[in-house]
Structure formats: C-alpha cells, structure tokens
Design a protein around this ligand. Structure first.
Ligand code: SAM
Length: 217
C-alpha cells in the first residue's frame, strides 16, 4: 500500500473538503505518517475516516477531529502547547510540526512509552511527555499559549483555565461519558473567558482528580 497516496487522499477528502483551510495544519497532516501510530494489523485503515483502537481501551482520534481541534487553536509557530491525552502520539506529532514545544501528558505508561518511541523515530524532539494525571495540568511549565485535551470531561477543569496564557486558547470535549461537545475557550486580556461550542464529538473519558473518577465498567 502506498501510504503517501492514502494520506493525500485523506487530507483532500476528509479535511480540505470539510472546510479546514489552515495551510500549516494541512501540511502537517500531509507530513505525519499516521500509519506508524496504529497497530500493525490496522495500518491499512490508518487513513480511513474514523478513530481506531490503540490498546488499553483507548483510541487514536479521527483525522478530521485532529484537524478541527488543531486549526481552532490558530497556531503560528511560536507557541508552547499543553496536550492532555497523548494516546498514540499522532496528535502530538501534528502539534510538534506546528509549534515551538509540546508538553504532553498521558496517564497510561505503556501508551506514553509507545508514543515516545515513534515520535523519536520521526525525530520530533520538541516534545516533553509525562506520565501523570493530566486533569491537574502541568504547573511547572505553565502558562501555555494553547491547551488541547483529547479526552472528554463533565466540565472544564479550573486548572486549565489557570494555566492558560492571556489570549491563549483551550480546546476540549465537554459532556457525558458517551457524547460531548467540542468547546473552545479564549482567555481575554482582562482575564475573562469567551467560550464557543464547535461541534458534537465522542471521546474516551478524561479520568483523574478533575475529570471522571474511574474507568468505565
Ligand atoms: N489524540 C490521541 C491520538 O492522536 O492518539 C488520542 C487520545 S485518546 C482519544 C485519549 C487519551 O487520553 C488516552 O490515551 C487516555 O489514556 C488519556 N487520558 C485519559 N485521562 C487522562 C488523564 N487524566 N491524564 C492524561 N491522559 C489521560
């Protein structure tokens, strides 16, 4: 299978055709080999229009959702970004192509280790990965120009708002365990927050002190 052809088709049909027009985001999606981030048996589906299992009951996000969330942050290249929910590392790689530094938190050690390996293989060295409860953010490295949370929570943890830079943007799924809405929050210069709902979505739960309290049964 020619993965670069599949990737180009994915970008044209799933991303550009649905209205994503940020050329840097489009280029990053063309550049990141998504098939490396999925399990070997699923590589032929890596460029299909959906999420895929990555083990540990977790998923790699749908390419379109990765594009929507990344584009919503309006990244220019100088940002320091907090990502919560490294998962496979695919979204991390896309962010790393677009910003100065990515600080990514994953609660499941085996996923963090696998992601680190692939990101190193791709020579993406502007990434710090930490195994921890990402619902408390990353205080030592705050404030962040942008925060992207790739797991759904009943509400926005206050820590994220506190750790956001002035004019910074936060994007995350907010809702119940099954369905959520993608919420974009901007921290204004007066310290107040403007909130906008972008679309419906389905993410795995954000589990931790300021999210859901336990794994789904
Ligand atoms: N964007 C990722 C990708 O491209 O592969 C997919 C992320 S997956 C949908 C959500 C991830 O969030 C899972 O790997 C899960 O273990 C992680 N997660 C859930 N709660 C977390 C928490 N409190 N802190 C850090 N990671 C968490």
């Amino acid at each position: 299978m020619d993965y670069s052809v599949a990737r180009r088709r994915m970008v044209e049909q799933q991303i550009v055709a649905r209205g994503i027009d940020d050329s840097r985001v489009i280029q990053a999606l063309l550049d990141v080999p998504r098939h490396l981030f999925v399990e070997p048996g699923l590589q032929s589906h890596a460029y299909s229009d959906g999420s895929l299992p990555i083990g540990e009951k977790q998923t790699i996000s749908q390419p379109y959702i990765v594009a929507v969330m990344t584009a919503a942050l309006g990244l220019s290249g100088s940002e320091r970004v907090l990502e919560v929910g490294t998962g496979s590392g695919y979204q991390t790689a896309v962010l790393a192509k677009l910003v100065k530094r990515v600080y990514s938190i994953e609660r499941i050690p085996s996923l963090a280790a696998k992601a680190r390996r692939i990101l190193d293989q791709l020579r993406l060295y502007n990434i710090n990965i930490k195994i921890a409860d990402g619902t408390i953010g990353w205080q030592d490295q705050a404030p962040f120009d942008a925060i992207l949370v790739a797991a759904g929570s009943p509400e926005i943890p206050q820590k994220y708002l506190d750790q956001l830079e002035i004019n910074g943007k936060l994007i995350m799924p907010v809702g119940n365990r099954e369905t959520q809405e993608l919420v974009l929050v901007i921290k204004r210069e007066d310290g107040r927050f403007v909130q906008q709902t972008l679309m419906g979505c389905r993410f795995v739960p954000l589990i931790g002190e300021n999210g859901w309290q336990s794994d789904p049964v």
